[in-house]
Design a protein around this ligand. Structure first.
Ligand code: GDP
Ligand code: MG
Length: 180
């Protein structure tokens, strides 16, 4: 039996979107598999590390950047976006405005960075808080919107219940690996 040890891969992934959509909770669920109810605002880590054991003894490390409150005041700077390999743009299914603003976030991202080969940064659209009843955004609208605006995919998630958190990130990793 031969074993192959592949060099580790390190990806920078940024999570952006309006305040309170659940970005920090999503990262916390993905990295620590936990959820805390209170709203933390600007307090909290700026990035977290997630180690994923991918196929063929391939270790993938994700450096997850959380904008931790700055999203209230301005769009992000070029420095923040620099060398990003992948992106998550998140909105809250119960907040229509946060859905509409995802277009501004996407334009901000694409206007300020690309991959090293010049292609757009792979970006997932995540519709968070799917555990809640009072939805304000229709699935058909998300479906057409994500195609028109070149997201690699979209899914509903719940950071609270841990729904589609791992699966959505797995999909993003697959796309990032294809760009290597
Ligand atoms: P951020 O500002 O985008 O980082 O949002 P937070 O992660 O701080 O979450 C804002 C609020 O939404 C907090 O009260 C969270 O507990 C809550 N929240 C986050 N994700 C979910 C979710 O999937 N479902 C529900 N019901 N609440 C959530
Ligand atoms: Mg936050």
């Amino acid at each position: 039996r031969r074993s192959r040890i592949l060099p580790e891969k390190l990806f920078k992934v940024i999570i952006i979107g309006d305040p309170t959509v659940g970005k920090t909770s999503f990262i916390q669920r993905y990295v620590q598999n936990s959820f805390t109810k209170e709203y933390k605002g600007t307090v909290g880590v700026d990035f977290a590390l997630k180690v994923v054991h991918w196929y063929d003894s391939q270790v993938v490390k994700l450096q997850l950047w959380d904008i931790a409150g700055q999203e209230r005041f301005t769009w992000m700077t070029r420095v923040y976006y620099k060398d990003t390999h992948g992106c998550v743009i998140m909105f809250d299914l119960t907040n229509k405005n946060s859905f509409e603003n995802t277009l501004k976030w996407k334009k901000d991202l694409d206007g300020k960075c690309t991959l090293s080969d010049g292609s757009p940064v792979p970006c997932m659209l995540l519709a968070n808080k799917c555990d809640l009843q009072d939805r304000k955004v229709h699935q058909a609208d998300i479906e057409s919107f994500h195609k028109e605006n070149n997201f690699i995919g979209w899914t509903e998630t719940s950071a609270k219940e841990g729904l589609m958190v791992n699966d959505s990130m797995k999909f993003l990793i697959e796309v990032m690996m294809q760009h290597e």
